[in-house]
Ligand binder design. Structure first.
Ligand code: AMP
Length: 397
């Protein structure tokens, strides 16, 4: 199938060609015609599947046919959980809209209001925003919603995990009633379904399937290791395998800084990427990492949400993520758009229950490999699949 059969017109098709996509991904084949028909949509799709284009392309197509916006008005609203994702989605929109006159802007907290207010003055066709800043600027009358035609809730499960439900409900309550609603989420968990039920009438539901949780182009394996040996193991593997690049996930900001220092002592330079560093520094680090100037980046799960690096060859779960869906999100940072990727997890005995949940979520065990010299003193038993957790914990940043 080619993009030209999906109902997109020449300016959008030209832009796609410029970006270099040959054919639509699964989610794009399914979602684009539905969105173009003006239907509401609930889609289970992970990052890395091409989901951004699956809603941005038809939205641009629809907007390019209508009137442009008035002052402080927006026509499409994309709500995302993090600043990084806001910036990335906006970058994609600008690429896909390069052959049209449509405008877009990213908006997020933690930075000056003024440039964002200024950006809204003449109106914007597509606004990508995190929930808090959007409500703030709406309250300040910097943006009005009465011309909104379509709302996208992107990474809805993340937004709920991050406690944005009230903000999202506030936004929905202020939007016009009869707009088109699209919801994208890696998983359609109960809270996401509740949100969808309350916010979206008669939606078409699509899912690109569980197999995407274990995409075959991502080679997953784990190493069992004692907790106190993890940094030595990481340094050993970096030296042994001569990895050109790796995104290393860790649980806390403090842990990220400590690991960077431990690696430095072993002659390996890695940068810590987390919400404790300024927005400016994070943007710089991300650019340098994308450009290959930084080889190893140590990120907290929350800090790294939405990171989209085209050719990222590998992610390392230095700390095993919780909950299981977070594992799926993390490994989805590599092997994007059918490139090959590798996801390696370090697992110690106290991660056992968590490992059971992750492997149950995947529906299979993750291959175990031994690294000589690092066999754990405390063995990690083989998981029980279909493990049901007794209580829930919150992910930390
Ligand atoms: P997403 O799931 O939206 O985060 O997209 C993941 C990556 O796939 C991004 O780097 C996109 O630029 C890329 N991508 C999206 N659609 C296609 C396509 N049809 N062909 C090739 N790459 C794509």
């Amino acid at each position: 199938m080619s993009f030209s059969t999906l109902g997109l017109s020449t300016p959008i098709l030209d832009a796609i060609r410029k970006v270099g996509y040959d054919k639509p991904t699964d989610i794009q084949q399914k979602a684009i015609p539905i969105v173009l028909e003006g239907k509401n949509l609930i889609a289970a799709a992970q990052t890395g599947t091409g989901k951004t284009a699956s809603f941005v392309l038809p939205i641009l197509e629809m907007l390019s046919k209508g009137e442009t916006q008035r002052k402080k008005r927006i026509r499409a609203l994309i709500v995302v959980p993090t600043r990084e994702l806001a910036i990335q989605v906006d970058e994609k929109i600008k690429q896909y809209a390069s052959e049209t006159k449509l405008t877009s802007m990213a908006m997020f907290g933690g930075v000056d209001y003024q440039p964002q207010k200024q950006g809204l003055v003449d109106g914007v066709d597509v606004l990508v925003s995190t929930p808090g800043r959007l409500i703030d600027l709406y309250g300040q009358k910097a943006v009005y919603f009465e011309e909104v035609e379509v709302l996208v809730l992107d990474e809805a499960d993340r937004m709920l995990d991050m406690g944005f439900i009230e903000d999202i409900n506030k936004i929905i309550a202020r939007l016009p009633q009869d707009i088109q609603n699209l919801l994208f989420s890696a998983t359609l968990s109960n809270p996401v379904r509740d949100l969808a039920k309350s916010a979206i009438d008669s939606a078409v539901e699509i899912s690109i399937g569980k197999h995407s949780a274990s995409k075959s182009n991502i080679e997953q394996w784990l190493v069992t290791v004692d907790k106190d040996k993890k940094s030595a193991l990481l340094a050993h593997m970096i030296n042994e395998y001569q990895w050109e690049q790796a995104l290393i996930f860790i649980e806390t900001k403090h842990g990220a800084a400590k690991l960077a220092a431990q690696l430095e002592k072993r002659g390996i330079h890695a940068e810590a990427f987390h919400s404790g560093r300024s927005q400016h520094i994070r943007a710089q680090l991300l650019n340098d990492f994308k450009a290959g100037k930084i080889q190893y980046m140590i990120a907290t799960g929350v800090g790294a949400r939405g990171i989209d690096i085209h050719d990222l060859p590998r992610v390392i779960n230095y700390d095993l993520p919780y909950p299981a869906d977070e594992y799926v999100h993390r490994i989805g940072r590599t092997g994007r758009a059918d490139k090959n990727g590798e996801a390696i997890s370090f697992v110690s005995k106290d991660n056992f229950k968590n490992l059971c949940m992750i492997e149950s979520r995947l529906g299979h065990l993750i291959e175990r490999r031994e690294i000589e010299g690092f066999a754990p003193r405390k063995e990690v038993p083989i998981s029980i699949l279909n493990y049901v957790p007794k209580h829930k914990r919150e992910p930390k940043d």
